[in-house]
Design a protein around this ligand. Structure first.
Ligand code: SF4
Length: 216
């Protein structure tokens, strides 16, 4: 897998910023007592597609390690950040599989705007629970959900154009876009998430083995 290019991105950003304005390279004034500029952080977006949010909850289980993490990364787009559009980022982290046309559109947009894309959790990696519907025809799935359930009072398969259209199959990310790293688990354990992120931030590719993928 391509190493996380945060260092390259940092170099590029600082070069662009130093060339800005007069066209001459600006050297920061480092007089006695001046605070040196903080290194640029890795820009991150997380996305929640068809999943139960358990993977994002596991991310929050990093607990006090989140404090360490935010020294190194900026989370610019996420279900826990109130932004409407996806900015250019270094890393995209995606929970859940692709179940409808809107999710496919959003995933492709994130892929175009990030350097490293991570399939985060088993739904993103294999389709997992949402892909159980794949053994049935789409029409039967819709009939069961909207007309045949015991609790249904008014039968109506949604057809308003604002409602995302269910795709024929639920698909793991790699069936829709190129994925750079898979983090398996339902959900991935916080220690596994920490290991994967810190390896990437160090410019290394996480190595999965029997030890860090044990679930018992
Ligand atoms: Fe939920 Fe498991 Fe899917 Fe994560 S992998 S979204 S925890 S069902």
């Amino acid at each position: 897998m391509k190493k996380i290019t945060a260092k390259k991105a940092t170099k590029k950003r600082s070069r662009a910023s130093s060339d800005r304005g007069s066209g001459k390279r600006q050297v920061p004034a480092l007089t006695s007592g001046a605070t040196p500029p903080a290194p640029a952080k890795v820009r991150v977006a997380t996305m929640w597609l068809s999943g139960c949010s358990g993977c994002h909850m596991s991310f929050l289980d990093l607990d006090e390690r989140l404090v360490e993490l935010v020294k190194l990364v900026d989370i610019l787009h996420s279900p826990i950040v109130d932004t409407k559009d996806i900015p250019q980022v270094d890393v995209g982290i995606v929970e859940g599989c692709v179940n409808n046309n809107e999710q496919e559109h959003e995933l492709k947009k994130l892929r175009a705007r990030c350097k490293v894309l991570i399939a985060f959790g088993d739904c993103a990696v294999t389709g997992n629970i949402p892909a159980l519907r794949n053994q049935f025809q789409l029409r039967d799935v819709l009939l069961r959900a909207y007309e045949q359930t015991e609790s249904t009072k008014i039968s109506c398969i949604p057809n308003d154009p604002v409602v995302p259209v269910l795709t024929a199959k639920a698909r793991p990310l790699q069936e829709v876009v190129k994925v750079d790293l898979h983090i398996p688990g339902c959900p991935p354990d916080a220690d596994v998430i920490w290991y994967a992120l810190t390896e990437l931030l160090a410019g290394r590719t996480p190595q999965w083995n029997e030890k860090n993928l044990r679930y018992d």
